[in-house]
Design a protein around this ligand. Sequence first.
Ligand SMILES: Cc1ncc(COP(=O)(O)O)c(C=O)c1O
Length: 420
Amino acid sequence: MEYSVENIRTRFPALASGAVFFDGPGGTQVPQAVIDAVAGYYRDANANEHGFFPTSRRSDAVISQARQAVADFLNAHEAAEIIFGANMTTLTLHLARALGRTLKAGDEIVVTRLDHDANIAPWLHLQESGAMVRWLEIDPADCTLKLDALERTLSRKTRIVAVGFASNAFGTINDVPRILAAAKKVGALTFVDAVHYAPHRAIDVQLLDCDFLACSPYKFYGPHSGVLFGKREALERLQPYKVRPAGDMIPDSFETGTKNHEGIAGIAAAVDFLAALGRDSGPDQAPGLEAVAAGRRRWLKQALAAIQDHETRLFSRMLEGLLALPGLRVYGITDPKRFSQRTPTACFTLPGLAPAVIAGKLGAAGIHVWEGNYYAWEPMKFLGLEEKGGAVRAGLCLYNKDEEVDRFLEILRNIIRGAI
Ligand SMILES: Cc1ncc(COP(=O)(O)O)c(C=O)c1O
């Protein structure tokens, strides 16, 4: 398959504005297909679930097709293992509360210092049950996890290990297979925050063999929403907090109240948009759900591999330019030989210029970047950045291109020279 960034860009109406969207780690733009799916839901299927009339039946179909699409995106064994929710944070708080019911004093939970607070605070709350939280720490040299302490941090008392797949601040991709293998050895349940990882690499929950994994479709070209995967047996062992008339079987038992149906329609369209990028040029799949799922799983893998190639090449250009700027400091892995261990998300500071000032100047020039802590509060505090206004974050994604990187670097040069 051929990766044409110009062709891909034509699918995203927001890009026609000419703005440079390097704010992807905070949320990506959406293709027209997602906009159409959301609008189409309102036009053709707008109703609550499980009624005996056409719009409700269509609504049921939209939701079950989207569940299958997300199962394909994550390579889950079955669609019932996919839970829709408001966002990753809400789903994680909800899951943690259910897990909290199974804990007792003396149990331990392992979290990492590198994570977004949505994968820390929900577990800290569980200390109310008497459980203790233990930390995997950061190596400040390259913002990776200090995994030499992994086995020491885990023990027979460890009940839950919660780890991020990739840092939304520094782009570090953690060695999740190694961490999960160690967790399993001591009999702990495993939770993976894949929010920052999902737009950049294919996810395979069966290969990972994690118990739970969460991500947010609005980071991979879909609507503002969240998705939680749970292994059937892991979900069924829990008693989620719920209202009594709601179903007792998964996924209903975990989905509180009416879902964001139009958003769910958009999630399926986002997955299909990605799958289409990796579609073989051969004949169409034979009809049938299983064939569609199998084809979509393969295309998604191929698409994400092509996206990784594109993003890595572009990131090399960005990082080389950033490292050449006087005084600029990049946090995280900078060695190109280790780019497979990171996403294309650059985090940097400039001496004497607050991150908000830099982001303001870039924003005025039409370049969208985030600044501050992006809720990666623990690592920002740990690196001493929190008191200084955090850092600037410029993240690349599938629709970014060379000219945008060059324009960004040019503006930064002007900021440093004091020209703007
Ligand atoms: C790594 C990571 N985890 C969790 C979250 C929280 O996701 P949500 O906004 O869906 O609650 C984010 C959002 O920025 C994130 O980047």
